[in-house]
Ligand binder design. Structure first.
Ligand code: WT7
Length: 691
């Protein structure tokens, strides 16, 4: 525990705060400013690469990877054509199957993969395996919130359940291209609902169960969902989450849009309110549906799902992924990065409400014929040994989780881990934020007994699948390094002028050409799509992250360079939180910045100025936190509220976030130049008023 906190103040600071240095201005301005990624000397000395005895089943070494990567970018048609032959295509795509425009100066941005092809993702996840005799192997291993509650579903059983729901959706007017909102706890019904939509060409939009009714309403409205699939509620530890009640509240705000709400009766949360004519029970309606449902063959570019994610400005964006390219990249990355093979027991701890639960809990593992663990509960319930108890119980071979959970479990103590048998583990994965070397080492040594390679996978909701990632056992891996591009991905490191940098150094992380699972658009707002991802650096997809590249060509992600904050691996836009806070009648202005947090990675620190006639009280503080909970969700609640007599602004009225970040971090000795402030006295007043 002590070692962890000591390290965070000494070394890891640079990991996160370098990004904050950069994020003080919106991107437009940012890209014209000189890069400020300097490190204090010695603040981050990379540790030596670590070797493990693991032997990858497809790649023998780094030179084979190099050769295959080169082929994948020099001859994408050939490479992806080979990968595509692992899947079923009802109608073969054309050989020259990729076309794209990545450059706003040349017109509209678009990407098309596997043109002319027709396929179906659910068919490839289920029917294909059943046809080759894997029907009786486990597909979903559900572990309930309470230890001892569980369920095994084979490929055949998942197929039957998916068909019943798909038939119900069709019977209720859902056809190809219609949107269906899914708001479910982590029951097997959640991946089943996603697969049912994909089977009939409906577009799913999964809304994370931690989102509030307001957040649900805006997402349902944006994607124009006709049907909502939910449950009476779900259990998180000892707490029941009344999901149906949240749906009722949310739908009251978008009346008329949703014609049917399909409610799964969770025996743990039996009660809920009812709207006759709109609400129907999953258990009643589906039992009478046939367990066979013809597949809807869709074009490669047919929309598969939307998933909302936060940006540095405005409301969440509906990232749209399509069928063929997403399928290829989900299946291929899972195969290579986790060396996943049919029959493997694989556990990704993410919730299906986030992209990780889409690509690496549902589609990737099922495309590879593996058994995917679906865990309903909280990883520390009923005690800090739960994760390792589950690993032992199911003999998990690949474990995929987030640095924030690793840090929380380090704090609980090694005895919780060593108590359980972890000899089944072969590969450990992490995702969501940069992993600090101390957490990496603990994961490697204590959890994996020094035997398992760690894959520190870098990607985003927008990229659909891993884009920079280690491949287990293929090269020695330095802690905290995302390392090398996945096949078909061409990352570049840019300076502020958008010029490609060569060799070792630091810069902005962008990608040079389309890869199969690039997001195709933002739902209903192609202009925003182009502005956000393709305008900042002409000719490139911009990730929003900074990176360092070492002399071996490995990438080290340094974190977001925009106003996006990563709290426990959840992406939160400061603008959204500020908009929620200023909804309060007493709040005049709000400015939210990230602060370091020992477990969550980053926390939210909110500066608030009040309107005349309002007083700073504990009650008001609670109201402000609650307004964020109700507009976004509990996970976005600010950790600190700082009553500000005034905010530091330039003469043109722009808030200087750099100053706010320094004060929040208690680093006012490093405030830098404040001479452009309209009223420099504001700074001292803020420091004097620290909570
Ligand atoms: C942002 C994307 C896609 C998985 C879950 C998060 C950060 C993600 C890593 C990593 C350093 C990482 C980036 C990225 N991130 N993985 N291995 N190392 N940073 O998805 O919510 O779309 O967030 O998460 O900052 O931009 P997301």
């Amino acid at each position: 525990h002590c070692a962890l906190s000591a390290h965070r103040t000494a070394g890891t600071r640079s990991f996160l705060s370098r990004a904050w240095e950069l994020s003080e201005q919106p991107l437009k301005k940012l890209v014209r400013r000189p890069l400020r990624l300097r490190l204090e000397a010695g603040a981050h000395e990379p540790m030596e690469p670590v070797s493990t005895p693991y032997q990858h089943s497809l790649l023998k070494d780094r030179s084979q990877y190099d050769a295959e990567w080169r082929r994948s970018v020099e001859d994408p048609a050939g490479f992806w054509g080979d990968m595509a032959s692992n899947y079923h295509w009802e109608q073969q795509f054309e050989t020259n199957h990729q076309s794209e425009n990545f450059d706003v100066r040349k017109g509209k941005i678009f990407q098309k993969w596997f043109r002319g092809g027709k396929t179906n993702l659910t068919y490839n996840c289920l029917d294909r395996h059943i046809e080759r005799g894997l029907g009786d192997s486990p597909a979903l291993l559900w572990e309930g919130n309470e230890p001892g509650t569980d369920k095994v579903l084979t490929y055949k059983q998942v197929h039957a359940a998916v068909c019943q729901l798909a038939n119900w959706l069709k019977a209720n007017g859902i056809t190809k291209g219609d949107a269906v909102a899914i708001y479910l706890p982590m029951l097997p019904e959640l991946p089943i609902a996603m697969l049912a939509c994909a089977r009939i060409g409906a577009v799913h939009s999964v809304i994370f169960g931690g989102f509030s009714s307001d957040a649900l309403a805006s997402r349902v409205k944006n994607c124009e969902a006709k049907v909502v699939i939910t449950a009476t509620g779900g259990m998180r530890g000892k707490k029941a989450i009344p999901l149906k009640r949240i749906v009722d509240k949310g739908l009251a705000k978008v009346s008329g849009l949703v014609s049917k709400v399909l409610v799964y009766k969770n025996p743990d949360v039996p009660e809920c309110d009812w709207t006759d004519g709109r609400d129907v029970w999953w258990q009643d309606e589906l039992a009478s549906q046939s367990t066979d449902c013809a597949v809807e063959w869709v074009e490669s570019e047919h929309p598969l799902f939307t998933l909302y994610t936060s940006g540095s400005t405005g409301q969440p964006k509906g990232v749209l992924h399509t069928t063929g390219g997403y399928m290829l990249m989900a299946g291929t990355t899972t195969r290579y990065v986790f060396d996943l093979q049919p029959g493997d027991v694989y556990w990704c701890t993410a919730d299906c409400g986030w992209i990780t639960g889409h690509t690496y809990l549902t589609y990737g593992p099922l495309l590879n014929g593996a058994a995917s663990v679906v865990f309903e509960g909280q990883p520390t319930y009923p005690d800090a040994g739960r994760v390792w108890a589950i690993v032992q119980k199911y003999k998990v071979k690949q474990l995929y989780t987030a640095p924030t959970l690793i840090r929380a479990l380090i704090n609980a103590g090694d005895q919780w881990v060593t108590k359980y048998d972890r000899s089944s583990l072969a590969i450990l994965g992490t995702v969501g934020e940069p992993i600090n070397p101390i957490a990496w080492q603990w994961y490697h040594e204590v959890v994996g007994e020094g035997r398992c390679p760690i894959v520190d996978t870098y990607w985003q909701t927008e990229t659909g699948a891993h884009i920079i990632t280690p491949l287990p056992g293929v090269w020695p891996q330095p802690p905290g390094c995302a390392s090398l591009p996945f096949f078909g991905v061409q990352p570049v490191m840019l300076n502020e002028k958008g010029e490609e940098l060569q060799g070792a150094g630091e810069g902005f992380l962008a990608v040079k050409a389309s890869w199969p699972s690039t997001l195709r658009t933002l739902f209903g707002d192609h202009a925003r799509y182009e502005t956000t991802y393709f305008q900042p650096f002409k000719g490139y997809y911009f990730t929003g992250d900074g990176t360092r590249r070492d002399k071996e060509g490995r990438y080290w992600i340094t974190g977001r360079v925009d106003d996006v904050i990563n709290v426990s691996g959840h992406r939160i836009g400061t603008a959204e939180v500020e908009a929620a806070l200023t909804e309060h009648p007493g709040c005049s202005e709000a400015a939210v910045v990230g602060i370091e947090h020992a477990v969550k990675g980053q926390g939210l620190y909110a500066y608030i100025t009040l309107k005349e006639g309002h007083e700073y009280t504990d009650a008001l503080k609670k109201e402000l936190v609650n307004i964020v909970r109700s507009q976004i969700g509990a996970f976005a609640a600010p950790d600190v509220i700082h009553w500000a007599p005034g905010l530091p602004k330039t003469r043109s009225g722009k808030i200087m976030r750099r100053v706010l970040r320094k004060i929040a971090a208690k680093e006012e000795s490093e405030l830098g130049d404040t001479s452009t402030l309209a009223d420099p006295a504001v700074v001292d007043a803020l420091i004097a008023n620290r909570p």
